[in-house]
Design a protein around this ligand. Structure first.
Ligand SMILES: [Zn+2]
Length: 409
């Protein structure tokens, strides 16, 4: 904008002020108020047909939303500092599945930009600098996150079992980088340890703020609880993402509402093999049979895009269709559990899935099968039984039909 004190400029508070009453750009006004480049950009901007609220846009990302990474790039490019991408640590960091606010937090901590009391003092803010946890030492990064007795207690009790006060000479920044580097390098795509470490630091910081700003009392257990709940939410989010992206072949992931899908889930995704299996049952009642029996078969087959194939079938003598479908699930989970620790099993039988979910309400003729399915499932790291369309299990369906007719391979 031109550096002018004219009334035109001072009256500009919304984008609408730059438009005429016919919703066109007010060219003379724009030329008066802006530098040539800016004016051209404005005039080239499309005016939507509907009135929309003004919003701020960040010009360094495609969607106009600010991301910490793009902000960092922008600052780097302004200051001629070495580009971020040359540093493997930060490359790993941005690529990781850590939440954006954790990445931001780690970045601040490593760049000594966290507003600890000592950092504030260095910036000329006159405050007392005592650690809010022990009320004895000075609050530095190194002290609150590692050396303070509260921090030590938290690290010892955390799943990482870190002895945070050892190598007290190592600066906080180096310590954190070393640990994260170690986890990124050793764990590949599995970020659980990096997440655990970051969530613990984050929880220490939140608790510190709670003490200072909200007057809560020091409680190391609270820090551990908060850290674990953050880790837990992260894991849940990862699972949902994994299921959507790799194994469910949903056509429009954006429209998926997990709560509306009929499924039963147990365990937590581990980084040990994932397998997706289809099951189905085929059956009909023998018309002339005196015994009320169904001639039936169950079958299973690997889902699309699986590297292992596991197709198979078995004749069974169930009492009804539902029982046959339950047998199919049981056979499927047994086959899959020999192949992977994380299993997604797809069936087209909603009643069976609902029966597994509400074990106590299952009809007696399937109750024991349901109970076996649940037992097999809990022995896996992660199991999902998912209701899908008939088309989605057609491979298993065809196999079951063949087996029932005695045409099995
Ligand atoms: Zn302390």
């Amino acid at each position: 904008m031109k550096n002018t004190s004219s009334n035109d400029v001072r009256q500009l508070t919304t984008v609408a002020h730059l438009m005429t009453t016919e919703r066109r750009w007010n060219a003379p006004l724009i030329w008066r108020c802006f530098q040539e480049q800016e004016a051209k950009l404005i005039m080239a901007t499309h005016i939507p047909s509907d009135c929309v609220q003004d919003t701020y846009q960040w010009e360094y990302t495609k969607n106009g939303k600010y991301t910490f990474k793009s902000g960092y790039w922008h600052i780097q490019s302004k200051t001629n500092a070495p580009p971020l991408g040359t540093d493997k640590f930060w490359a790993n960091m941005w690529r990781s599945s850590l939440l954006p606010r954790w990445k931001h937090f780690v970045w601040k901590l490593i760049h000594r930009a966290l507003p600890t009391k000592t950092n504030l003092c260095k910036r000329g803010i006159d405050i007392e600098v005592t650690c809010p946890f022990c009320k004895g030492q000075t609050e530095t990064d190194l002290h609150i996150f590692r050396l303070c007795p509260t921090a030590q207690m938290v690290w010892r009790a955390s799943p990482l079992g870190i002895v945070s006060e050892s190598q007290a000479m190592v600066p906080m920044q180096t310590w954190l980088r070393n640990f994260l580097n170690l986890f990124f390098n050793q764990d590949g795509k599995d970020d659980s340890r990096a997440v655990q470490l970051t969530a613990t630091l984050w929880a220490i910081w939140l608790h510190r703020n709670d003490i200072i700003f909200r007057g809560v009392s020091v409680n190391p257990n609270r820090i551990l609880e908060v850290a674990q709940s953050h880790v837990h939410s992260w894991k849940e989010a990862q699972e949902a993402k994994l299921m959507q992206q790799q194994h469910l072949n949903w056509k429009q992931p954006g429209e998926i509402n997990l709560t509306k899908i009929s499924m039963w889930k147990v365990g937590k995704c581990s980084n040990l093999g994932f397998f997706s299996i289809l099951v189905d049952a085929a059956w009909y009642r023998k018309k002339n049979s005196k015994q009320k029996q169904w001639e039936a078969a169950v079958a299973w087959a690997e889902d699309d895009n699986q590297t292992i194939s596991c197709s198979g079938a078995k004749r069974i003598f169930p009492q009804d269709a539902l029982q046959a479908e339950c047998y199919a699930i049981l056979e499927g989970i047994r086959v899959a559990s020999g192949l992977a620790r994380n299993v997604i099993l797809k069936t087209d039988c909603k009643v069976a899935v609902e029966a597994i979910r509400n074990e106590n309400q299952a009809h007696s003729h399937i109750a024991t099968i349901i109970s076996d399915i649940r037992k097999e499932a809990t022995m896996l790291d992660f199991f999902v039984c998912l209701k899908v369309s008939r088309n989605a299990v057609v491979k298993a369906h065809n196999r079951a039909q063949q087996e029932r007719k005695g045409l099995g391979l």
